[in-house]
Design a protein around this ligand. Structure first.
Ligand SMILES: [Zn+2]
Length: 355
């Protein structure tokens, strides 16, 4: 019975069932340990462990270098374009389980082009096929942010940006920038992002995660970013905080990822609440969920437990993700209206009073 639930349990029920939208999750970083194991067996790829418990342990975050090793091992196991289609479908299944209705998924096909010699075209074809299967089964919708990996050779980075522009009619909605931010600053990518922008493809680079505020400034001024992946280190520069609040450039924040990677030493130091209170548009995201042992649902719980967010605030953060997504305006409005009415039903169901 709902009546027997504590206030915290009611909020938990609300979070579990609320409709959600996610703007920052990596396809390759969302591969489940069991899938990695079966792909490795299928292709005879050596993994550091042969059973599920061992793979789970391998996934456990230790430090950034280890994280990159896990990430590269996942890419080693994605040998065929069909494998990429499979993990896309599985991401859609998992999204449905959490009632995530819409996702802008970051894909980094350049890595697969580079290590397996696949073509961008065949990768996207399978990703779209996997997404279509998930949509048919669950109604989950996914679109793609094509990430240029900073550490890749220049010809792969350029090919990725050109392909993203070419594939704007096949679900690619933005150009992203990932990889080692501290070694490859935004200014090295000005030409690629300018080319994309001129073609009508917006930019949402990672910035202000492992490098400081200057990286965010450059992402805004040189890459013309319309959203920022992470952006949490804006907190180090009051002028930047003010600028982000005024310009309403949203941050795609992934709190657990930030803590695991060590962007902040503790939850107490994480600036999610401070950025929100400063008037910046913030969204909540899971980044690479199994690698950080999290989920989008879990990230919402952290907002309540660590930062004291209330149900109306969680609703607002969710609606901001819809508003700042790359969906067409009419679809955003329809989705926001749908979410609002479901929020009201769920408040009633779980007896959540807001005055
Ligand atoms: Zn990311």
């Amino acid at each position: 019975m709902i009546e027997a639930l504590s206030p915290r349990e009611r909020i938990d029920g609300f979070i579990r069932e609320m409709p959600k939208a996610e703007l920052h999750v990596h396809l390759e970083g969302a591969v489940l340990p069991e899938t990695l194991l079966s792909l490795a067996k299928k292709h005879g790829v050596d993994l550091p462990a042969r059973d599920l418990d061992g793979i789970r342990e391998f996934y456990t975050f230790i430090d950034f270098d280890h994280f990159v090793r896990v990430y590269m091992k996942i890419n080693d196991c994605l040998v065929t374009p069909e494998d990429v289609g499979l993990i896309t479908e599985e991401l859609g299944n998992e999204a449905a389980r959490q009632n995530i209705r819409y996702l802008e998924v970051t894909i980094s096909p350049g890595t697969l082009v580079y290590i397996h010699g696949m073509s961008f075209d065949e990768i996207l074809e399978q990703i779209n096929a996997g997404a279509e299967r998930a949509r048919t089964k669950h109604g989950v919708r996914m679109q793609w942010v094509l990430d240029i990996i900073r550490d890749m050779p220049p010809h792969i980075r350029e090919a990725g940006a050109k392909f993203a522009i070419d594939a704007m009619d096949r679900g690619i909605v933005a150009l992203g920038l990932g990889g080692t931010e501290s070694r490859f600053p935004p200014e090295e990518f000005t030409d690629l992002f300018r080319m994309a922008r001129n073609a009508g493809l917006p930019g949402t680079p990672h910035a202000g995660e492992t490098a400081g505020p200057e990286s965010i400034w450059n992402a805004l001024q040189l890459l013309d970013a319309v959203r920022i992946g992470h952006g949490v280190r804006a907190i180090e520069d009051p002028w930047l905080v003010e600028h982000l609040a005024e310009s309403q450039i949203p941050l795609e924040i992934s709190p657990t990822s930030n803590i695991c990677i060590g962007v902040f030493d503790s939850w107490e130091e994480h600036p999610f609440r401070t950025l929100y209170d400063a008037g910046i548009t913030v969204t909540v995201n899971s980044d690479d969920p199994p690698m950080f042992n999290t989920s989008l649902t879990q990230e919402y719980r952290e907002l309540v437990d660590r930062f004291g967010f209330t149900v109306p605030e969680l609703e607002e953060i969710t609606l901001d993700a819809v508003t700042h997504s790359f969906l067409p305006e009419s679809e955003k409005r329809a989705m926001a209206a749908e979410f609002r009415s479901e929020f009201a039903e769920l408040r009633a169901k779980f007896g959540i009073d807001v005055d």
